[in-house]
Design a protein around this ligand. Sequence first.
Ligand code: ZN
Length: 362
Amino acid sequence: MVAELAELVAFESPSDDPAALERLARHLERRAGTAGLFVRRVHDSPPVVRADIGNGPVRVLLLAHFDTVWPVGQLAIMPCTTTDGVLRGPGAYDMKAGIVIAFTALDVVAREGWPAHLSATLLLTADEEVGSGASRPHIEQLARESRAVLVFEPSLEREGVKSARKGVGNYRLVAEGIAAHAGADPRRGASAILELARQIVAIEALNDPARGLSLNVGVVSGGSRSNVVAERAGADIDVRVTSRADAEAIDRALRALTPVNPDVRLTLAGGLNRPPMERLPGTAALVGRVQVIATRQGYDISEGMVGGGSDGNFTAALGIPTLDGLGADGDGAHALDEHVRIASLPRRAALVASLLAEWPDE
Ligand SMILES: [Zn+2]
């Protein structure tokens, strides 16, 4: 598994590099084909690769993305190394290790005898880090045809699984005022910057940590020079919610923002990108099953919610039981110290293999 992970990390694969994504897609197609999976390309660029095994009526969807946030060349800065039980490298933890775990689990179950009632579809996507625009329809279509979805994003700390995720919204608020000379004629102007500053205070006041509801104005820009009353200013807002109701309430509140200065116009763009992944009853049942398997294999598995979104948000929103965080244990997603705890790789593969091999026939 370490050798295969190092091989995948060596294929650098930023979301915005079609040629690099294509090279890795072809490698993954060969890998899946060699393992006896039936491989199809369901979307060309960004590539979406579908690999199927089994003919049973009970389908399980396995989701993994092979794009990373790292540019080509990052490997020279963060070389792939294995020391002290840890593998480092760009994209190793988020989430090439998850791909290796999924492949290995499928290999093991196939070798032991694939259950007759079961079929599994592994969907490998390449635009998760940029919102899953092209892959989302494929993910949702396959999820609707499946009994459950397993997502191979990194685990919670100490190999916990993720049964809920916050929903993620992205908005941009633009203020358009009236430019004027700051010295000669300031009263003719209407400052977009001043208006935006007031609105930012109102937006931050919508935060409600007790509800798990957060808004962050993470980027502001505006104005042209210090001696001009600013004509235009904009703010990028990140929104996190735990329920669809909160998402709708925040959307309404943002759309209701009105300018303090009537000479400034406000426009809001954006919306909810990933709906919240709420903990469905079927998801709780999946958690129970992996906990029983882990106990039998000699360790405990915790369960938790996280603030970041994944493609599991889309499938849970359709009402399909979705268990996330089945990838590797480690740390440092999107960070220079990104790493995988190697010991978690075979444990995760064994866990997923048992989950599939013992899948209920109903
Ligand atoms: Zn990821």
